[in-house]
Design a protein around this ligand. Structure first.
Ligand SMILES: Nc1ccn([C@@H]2O[C@H](COP(=O)(O)OP(=O)(O)OP(=O)(O)O)[C@@H](O)[C@H]2O)c(=O)n1
Ligand SMILES: C[C@](O)(CO)[C@H](O)COP(=O)(O)O
Length: 237
């Protein structure tokens, strides 16, 4: 008799406990209106619209007073976890620990920034398809197209030019099995040095797949990014 292989379910996990310091708005940037609705809602709706995704978990800080107005408690397929941490990595790790016993070790977790409103069901499908059953998982990313400079000095000057060959810009979602992601983040040495989930997996000696994403899936970080995100949202998929 051959051993039956566990068919993974796909879950979305959205860290949404940041303060948006670089946006310098009145409140956390994930609640700013982008293209007619709160930024966070765009990504949640992309996962809800994907037939491949079993459930979406949104992680906010315990003190968050805005989430109920954006994600009503009766919204199908979505659960809010109030266990955000001091860093993005802490937020994701806290949520994974809260999900122990709810998801299986072989289930796949897609971690996606609440600050990336341009995600679409087609990009979610591209990630899932591209990673396949690769045990190291994978992430959406874009090859670097510009020439890259390493700067030096308080007033920056170009010290050297770094070859862009083989350089990619990491996007999200980043997808790994629950067991692998929990192990990777749980053993990562320094939460401040881990700016994405894939880097924790790389520290285990594994090489996640890079799946070509799309510029529309930009991270809204600075005020000018809002207009760019709105341009892509208006253009549709
Ligand atoms: N302690 C934190 C920090 C960040 N995030 C989330 O991680 C994603 C990417 O982080 P980033 O764009 O840096 O958001 P902020 O941390 O809010 O922004 P800034 O770094 O400018 O303060 C966002 O969805 C953000 O809400 C989080 O859940 N918990
Ligand atoms: C996860 C990420 O969006 C991949 O590019 C990015 O690393 C988040 O970094 P931030 O400093 O939390 O914005």
């Amino acid at each position: 008799m051959t051993a039956s292989k566990h068919t993974p379910r796909y879950f979305a996990l959205l860290p949404a406990a940041g303060v948006g310091a670089r946006m310098a708005a009145d409140g956390p940037k994930q609640y700013l209106t982008v293209g007619g609705k709160p930024m966070l809602r765009h990504a949640v709706d992309a996962f809800r619209a994907s037939e491949l995704v079993s459930h979406t978990y949104v992680v906010v800080s315990a003190a968050d007073g805005q989430i109920d107005g954006v994600l009503p408690a009766d919204l199908d397929g979505v659960t809010v976890l109030r266990c955000g941490g001091a860093t993005r990595m802490d937020t994701v790790l806290n949520a994974l620990r809260e999900l122990q016993g709810v998801v299986a070790g072989g289930d796949m977790i897609m971690v996606h920034d609440a600050a990336r409103p341009g995600l679409t069901p087609a990009l979610i499908a591209r990630l899932i398809d591209g990673v396949g059953d690769d045990a190291a998982g994978g992430l959406l990313a874009l090859p670097v197209v510009d020439t890259v400079k390493r700067a030096t000095g308080a007033v920056p000057v170009a010290a050297t030019t770094v070859s862009r060959n083989g350089l990619w810009l990491a996007q999200t979602p980043q997808m790994f099995s629950y067991e692998l992601l929990l192990r990777a983040l749980g053993s990562a040495p320094d939460a401040n040095a881990i700016t994405d989930d894939a880097s924790a997996v790389e520290m285990l000696g594994l090489s996640p797949r890079l799946i070509e994403g799309h510029p529309r899936n930009l991270k809204v970080t600075l005020p000018a990014d809002i207009r760019i995100a709105e341009m892509y949202l208006a253009a549709g998929e």
